[in-house]
Write a protein that binds this ligand. Structure first.
Ligand SMILES: NC(=O)c1ccc[n+]([C@@H]2O[C@H](COP(=O)([O-])OP(=O)(O)OC[C@H]3O[C@@H](n4cnc5c(N)ncnc54)[C@H](OP(=O)(O)O)[C@@H]3O)[C@@H](O)[C@H]2O)c1
Length: 228
């Protein structure tokens, strides 16, 4: 039977690339967007039924509940929470407003855990819960600074994930993966980034398929460990 995945935030960029890569490897994929998603619609049309759409805005608890309701009895071998934002372009601690910082922390750190908490009962034993973090979320690896607000949001995601794994997920036999996709040419990564979406997601899918043992790992797209 085909393996099943849900990718949260698959309208474009890495999430869309993941949906396509998994589908081309024989997975049955549910791909979410929160609004108009023409690139995802084209991928669904070309997928021969192996990618199906769903809707969620992770910032809204009502929207998360509606997604859960719409999924019926679906269970997944992989729940991948990919959605994320960069935050204010200035990236400056001195300039950021409480509202901007609150929104960034909510979308990148709090909302992913709320989605995971809502969907955790749908993850098959032996399956995987993945979060799209970043190497910039590594506290131990932060020797150069830069992108400080975004770094803080991904460090917060990593911290909240560790707490979620240690408490809510502690008896659940699944693999939890905190992943760094590399620096990738998307709207967020920009045109000068070092990797194409296809290169990054090919690595991420291999990492997911190779790391199914229960536990929690922080890995990049090549499978290398990242310090917390
Ligand atoms: N590109 C890189 O170099 C890089 C490096 C490290 C980590 N990452 C991480 O990888 C993930 C994907 O980034 P990307 O480069 O593919 O960026 P992207 O092209 O900007 O895509 C971001 C995705 O997140 C979705 N999203 C944002 N806020 C959402 C919300 N509230 N609810 C639902 N979906 C939401 C977007 O949906 P809409 O189309 O509706 O906006 C879009 O599908 C992010 O978590 C990012 O932090 C990227």
């Amino acid at each position: 039977m085909a393996k099943t995945a849900i990718i949260i935030g698959a309208s474009r960029g890495l999430g869309l690339g993941l949906a396509k890569a998994l589908s081309s490897r024989g997975w049955q994929v549910t791909a979410t967007s929160r609004g108009e998603a023409p690139d995802l619609a084209a991928a669904i049309a070309a997928s021969g039924g192996s990618i199906t759409p769903a809707t969620v805005d992770i910032d809204s608890d009502d929207s998360i509940a509606a997604l859960d309701g719409a999924l019926g009895s679906a269970r997944f071998d992989l729940v991948f929470v990919n959605a994320g934002v960069m935050g204010p372009a200035h990236g400056s601690v001195a300039q950021v407003t409480p509202a901007e910082m609150g929104a960034l922390l909510h979308t990148n750190a709090v909302a992913p855990i709320r989605v995971a908490n809502r969907l955790r009962g749908r993850i098959a034993d032996g399956g995987t819960l993945a979060f799209m973090s970043s190497i910039l979320g590594s506290v131990g690896g932060n020797t150069g600074g830069g992108y400080d607000l975004y770094r803080a949001s991904k460090a917060a995601l990593n911290t909240l994930t560790r707490g979620f794994v240690a408490t809510v997920l502690k008896d659940k036999p699944i693999s939890v993966l905190t992943l760094h996709p590399g620096w990738v040419r998307t709207a967020m990564g920009g045109p000068t980034a070092s990797l194409s979406v296809e290169e990054s997601v090919a690595g991420l899918v291999e990492v997911i398929e190779a790391n199914t043992a229960p536990g929690h790992l922080y890995l990049d797209y090549s499978g290398a460990s990242i310090p917390w």
